[in-house]
Unconditional design. Structure first.
Length: 256
C-alpha cells in the first residue's frame, strides 16, 4: 500500500476565477517554502477555474481534478463537459458520483458506471464516491448499500482500469454536516470495501487500491481519521476552501 495519502480538495460550486487563482498562489507559496509535502494533493475547482488553476500549479506537486463530466466524448449535449475537455485543461483526476450529483441531479449507479468507463478510456483517473445516507446508516444498511454501489459503479472495469480508480467513502450523513464518521467507523467500512474489491478482482488489487474518506474532515479531526492504514487519504469539501485549513489537513495526513 502506498504511504503517501491522497488529499483531494472538492471546492463544489465555490470560488470564481480570482479566488481560485489566489488559493493556488497561497498553496504554491507554501510549497516553495516547505519544499515537498509528503502527500498526493489534488485540487478540484469548478470547471470555469480549471485552466487558470492548472497554469498556476504546473511544475508543482499539485495535481488537477474536475468535479464531474459527461459520459460521451463529443456531440450535441448542451452544457456538458467531455473527458477530453477536462484533459485539455490539465486534469488528471475527475470526481464521479458525488452524493450531491446523485441527490440533486439524479445520477444513478448506472450513470456513474458509464462515466467511470469513459473516464478510464480517455485516460482520466476517476475518484468514485459512494456512501450510505442517514436512514440507511441508522438502519444498519451501510454494507449492503455500499456493496450494491461499488458493484454497479465498477461494472466492466478491467483489472488494468481499476489500477487508476480511487474510491471515496463518503457517508452522506457526514457531508457538510460537521458530523464526521469516527476513524473506527470509516476504517471498518474501508476494510469491508477492500474485501469486496478482493472478491471482484484479487488480493493485489485490494491492497493497492486507494480508498479515501470524505465527510466533515477538518484540521482538528484529520490526523485521527488518517491514522488507520486502510484509509488512504481524504476528500475535503468545506475545509478545503481556505488554503491555510487545507494545508493543515495535508500536513496531518503525513503519518509515520
Ligand atoms: P465536507 O464535504 O468536507 O464539506 O463534508 C466533503 C465532500 O462533499 O466531498
Amino acid at each position: 500500500m502506498a504511504n503517501n495519502k491522497l488529499i483531494v480538495a472538492n471546492w463544489k460550486m465555490n470560488k470564481g476565477l480570482v479566488q481560485s487563482q489566489q488559493f493556488a498562489d497561497e498553496m504554491k507559496l507554501y510549497l516553495e517554502k516547505h519544499k515537498v509535502i509528503e502527500a498526493d494533493i489534488v485540487l478540484c475547482p469548478p470547471f470555469t477555474s480549471l485552466d487558470a488553476v492548472n497554469k498556476k500549479i504546473t511544475g508543482t506537486q499539485i495535481k488537477l481534478g474536475a468535479q464531474n463530466m459527461y459520459f460521451e466524448t463529443i456531440g450535441a449535449y448542451t452544457g456538458e463537459i467531455s473527458p477530453g475537455m477536462l484533459k485539455s485543461c490539465g486534469c488528471e483526476y475527475v470526481i464521479l458520483g458525488h452524493s450531491e450529483r446523485r441527490q440533486y441531479f439524479n445520477e444513478t449507479n448506472a450513470v456513474v458506471n458509464k462515466k467511470v468507463l469513459i473516464a478510464l478510456d480517455e485516460g482520466l483517473k476517476p475518484i468514485v464516491c459512494i456512501g450510505e445516507n442517514l436512514q440507511e446508516h441508522e438502519d444498519k444498511l451501510t454494507e449492503s448499500v455500499i456493496d450494491e454501489q461499488i458493484t454497479a459503479c465498477l461494472l466492466h472495469v478491467s483489472e488494468e482500469g481499476i489500477a487508476n480508480v480511487t474510491i471515496a467513502y463518503e457517508p452522506v450523513w457526514a457531508i457538510g454536516t460537521g458530523k464526521n464518521a469516527t476513524a473506527h467507523q470509516a476504517e471498518s467500512v474501508h476494510n469491508f470495501l477492500r474485501k469486496k474489491i478482493k472478491k471482484m478482482y484479487n488480493e493485489e488489487v485490494s491492497k493497492n487500491i486507494k480508498i479515501i474518506y470524505g465527510g466533515s474532515v477538518t484540521p482538528e479531526n484529520a490526523k485521527e481519521l488518517f491514522t488507520p492504514q486502510t484509509i488512504n487519504g481524504g476528500l475535503i469539501g468545506g475545509a478545503s476552501l481556505e488554503a491555510e485549513k487545507f494545508i493543515k489537513i495535508i500536513n496531518a495526513s503525513n503519518i509515520k
